[in-house]
Design a protein around this ligand. Sequence first.
Ligand SMILES: *Cc1c(COP(=O)(O)O)cnc(C)c1O
Length: 378
Amino acid sequence: MPRPIQATIHSDALHHNLARARAAAPDARVWAVVKANAYGHGIERVFEGLRGADGFALLDLDEARRVRALGWRGPVLLLEGVFEQRDLELCSRLDLWHTVHCDEQIDMLATHKTNLPHRVFLKMNSGMNRLGFTPSRYRAAWTRLNALPQVDEISLMTHFSDADGAPGIAAQMAVFAAITRDLPGERSLSNSAATLRHRVSAETASQQPDTQAASDWVRPGIALYGSAPDYPAGNANAWGLQPAMTLASKIIATQDLVAGQSVGYGSAFVADQDMRIGIVACGYADGYPRLCGTGTPVLVHGLRTRTLGRVSMDMLAVDLTPLAQAGQPAGFGSPVTLWGRADNGGVLDIDEVARHAGTLGYELMCALAPRVPVLVDG
Ligand SMILES: *Cc1c(COP(=O)(O)O)cnc(C)c1O
């Protein structure tokens, strides 16, 4: 019998979340962002749920190869472009579209031998200051690319730093619009947060052609996996998103603590009254954050309770008091949902767990440990 820990990828949720992203940008085509091995879900495992996307966007050439190996003949975009000259050969061979964000990438293209000109996405650094040409250098980069026989169509791209927060996207939008106003080509600007929070309705778009241009291609990632890009201001339920990953395990022991007794390393939790606790087969070596202290929400039999004390490598402790109060017997073998869906229809947002560790749903899903067996349902 293997350890009872198990992750499940829900194809129906991926499918549903993709439809939510489409509904938020009805005139746009959708890049399903599957970098970082589909945010920890596994590219091969999400493929079925996301095959309705218009393209797959990622960073790693090997991941691009895996998408092609799945039989995907549609667009594939390298979000950071190529890293060295010979990567361009793979782009030619696998028909990969690639971002161009710096002069070195244009130099490589200029000496690349290909019969098949490449589709490129020219990236503007409109304020994020990670990748891209500054607004003052963007048009010169476009002109240089446009003169290369190795380049076919040039699309225009930028990335927002604050789509999930109060500053919003207006300043970066204005910079991008001003510089690109008369340049031809498709536009791609929005990640999940921008797609959901700053959606452009058909009416506002027709009054503001610049924002219409924003919606040729959207690039949702996190929303497809069912996590809210702007938690806690927004949450998955409010955005109509469903968790694409469940991490579940079971109780493998119970202890009856007498008031004053503690549980786990450092005796970090001390019972203030007699209580029954459950020990769950899940620890930080499974990808559950060690920084989740006492009080992190967890579901047992789909009912909400809390973790107790420190998370150790292979185990964590949960409070069974609320289950007793609800008349739900719990003990050896009881199902535990660390995040995602429970059998009774209950849901625990990965974002809520992440917040207790001072981080984001993104980091938790990406950190699912290789030792956890993963099932695909649907
Ligand atoms: C990761 C990434 C996205 C997706 O971001 P989410 O916040 O997960 O929606 C979009 N565009 C680029 C360039 C990215 O690197």
